[in-house]
Write a protein that binds this ligand. Structure first.
Ligand code: GLU
Length: 222
């Protein structure tokens, strides 16, 4: 189990993500991390340890972005470590993903991706997800507005197991994609903003208007 949180709107994302993660620590607390969209790149800050320790990492102070994702981990694949902490990025540093759940066929997917030149830097099942998204994105013939969603749908179609995921892309600095299958994920609606979380209490102080995502339902937010 682990907790994921997200924010997309006009406020600075970092304090909202930290607030949510602190409330989700009951779901897991061996590592924590956040990623925000900074201009046109994504900055990941993560480490082994609790959310309070994440706040002590120097790099977190420079995060100004208004779109971000966060994760507090309870490891299922790979020990608690900086490399195994979420968010995980693909080899091109284009896609950043947080994940709650277990990808049962991750070993096969890893071999498949390795045979296409991908390298892995963690022991997690999760790291196949951003790389699969990149795999489908790079040769996509879809129009620019559909490419991101299509690549995430194609990647998720390959996954066996359970997942609630949030995805950021540096190609789409105004968007976030989320989807769930057999792991919880709710969207809290605000005015010109959305909050995403593994559970309602973590974002209850920001909104009382919730949408419970159905299994294999994708939300493309801007
Ligand atoms: N399976 C992922 C990992 O081990 C996510 C863990 C979880 O959902 O608790 O990193």
């Amino acid at each position: 189990m682990c907790g994921i949180v997200g924010y997309i709107g006009e406020k600075k994302a970092k304090p909202i993500l930290i607030n949510g993660l602190l409330r989700l620590e009951y779901r897991g607390y061996d590592s924590a991390g956040i990623a925000t969209v900074e201009k046109n790149s994504i900055i990941n800050v993560k480490n082994k340890g609790r959310v309070s320790e994440l706040e002590n990492i120097e790099a977190i102070n420079s995060l100004e972005g208004t779109i971000g994702i966060g994760h507090t981990r309870w490891a299922t694949h790979g020990k608690p470590s900086s490399n195994n902490s979420h968010p995980h990025m693909d080899n091109s540093n284009t896609f950043s993903v947080v994940h709650n759940g277990i990808i049962e066929n991750y070993a096969d997917l890893r071999e498949f991706l390795k045979s296409h030149g991908y390298t892995f830097f963690s022991e997690t099942d999760t790291e196949v997800i951003p790389n699969l998204i990149h795999f489908y994105f790079k040769d996509s013939v879809e129009t620019e507005d559909k490419k991101f969603l299509k690549a995430v749908v194609d990647a998720c179609n390959m996954l066996k197991g359970s997942f609630a995921i949030e995805v950021l892309s540096s190609h789409y600095p105004d968007n976030m994609l989320v989807v769930r299958k057999d792991s919880p994920l709710v969207i809290g609606k605000g005015n010109s903003e959305n909050y995403i979380s593994s559970d309602i209490p973590a974002i209850l102080s920001f909104t009382k208007d919730f949408y419970l995502l159905n299994d294999f339902e994708f939300a493309f937010m801007s």
